[in-house]
Design a protein around this ligand. Structure first.
Ligand code: CP
Length: 292
């Protein structure tokens, strides 16, 4: 692994190697990096979880982190992403985490710049480290993904989380189903009735309604959406005893998920965030060690 831009870059074996290393970090393993490194996190779209957990992971690996504020960078004067990365390469940055509104922004960089590129989310395209932390959380719960029934519910067509997980979960043997209104189905085969999947799911993964990508055309009121596609308290009661609730965050309380369920016993939402640090440590260490 030289960079990480999409889950399609990773074999099932590589995914499991990341998960096993994340588990070692959780158990207290320390960094095996033999050189000192400098990284920067370039976020051109808002983020709390991904940006802060990458920074935590970098610090835990003893990596120097240089701050970058996209709102005060020369991209506002028209500098291209490629030229920005060449600047950071020139001053000695070894690896970059980038979140960008443009799908496949990384195509202009891979093979053309020296720093490692880790995709922190590209438009509606990919979010590989979110997928890895989701996989880690499911593996931690069940010890395997083989034959686990995972229902991904909500704003599927706008979701880079759904897109990244679609490939990766299936490759690991899980049975993935998408549940959404027909207009948010995109390229996916989807079930349009949430009530059809509640009792049979091992994991119900709710997705955020991405109002910012709807051009003001959200066709549901919050109440109607919650009624038809929200994880309500009534639906949670019908879930299997062993099944869990996930959500990548940030969540719209009482839209895609009832506020009371965010921290309920079967919710793993904050566990996902905790796991994100260990997974990101594993990804960064594996890529940098591979280049040593
Ligand atoms: N899950 C996720 O990507 O959250 P942030 O947008 O806060 O990084």
């Amino acid at each position: 692994m030289n960079n990480l831009v999409s889950m399609t870059d990773l074999s099932a074996e590589q995914i499991m190697a990341v998960i096993k290393q994340a588990q070692l970090f959780r158990e207290g393993a320390i960094s095996q990096l033999s050189k000192s490194y400098t990284m920067a996190n370039l976020f051109f779209e808002p983020s709390t979880r991904t940006k802060m957990s990458f920074e935590m992971a970098e610090r835990k690996l003893q990596i120097e982190v240089l701050p970058f504020e996209s709102g005060f960078s020369s991209t506002l004067k028209g500098e291209t992403l490629y030229d920005t990365i060449k600047v950071l390469e020139s001053i000695g940055i070894d690896a970059l985490v980038i979140r960008h509104e443009e799908n496949n922004f990384f195509e202009s960089l891979i093979g053309k710049v020296k720093p490692v590129i880790i995709n922190g989310g590209d438009g509606t395209g990919n979010h590989p480290t979110q997928s890895l932390l989701d996989i880690y959380t499911i593996w931690q719960e069940f010890g395997t993904l083989e034959d686990k029934v995972i229902s991904i519910v909500g704003d599927v067509s706008h979701s880079r989380v759904a897109r990244s997980n679609a490939h990766a979960l299936t490759r690991l043997g899980a049975k993935v189903r998408f549940v959404c209104p027909p207009q948010w189905q995109g390229e996916f085969d989807a079930i349009n009735e949430f009530d059809e999947v509640i009792e049979s799911s091992d994991v119900i993964m709710m997705l955020r309604v991405q109002h910012e990508r709807h051009d003001g055309n959200t066709s549901f009121s919050k109440e109607d959406y919650h009624e038809a596609f929200g994880l309500t308290i009534e639906r949670e009661k019908r879930m299997k005893e062993s099944s869990i609730i996930m959500h990548p965050g940030p969540f719209n309380r009482d839209v895609e998920i009832a506020s009371e369920l965010i921290e309920c016993n079967r919710s793993r939402i904050f566990k996902q965030m905790e796991n994100g640090v260990y997974v990101r440590m594993a990804v960064i260490e594996m890529i940098l060690k591979g280049r040593e």
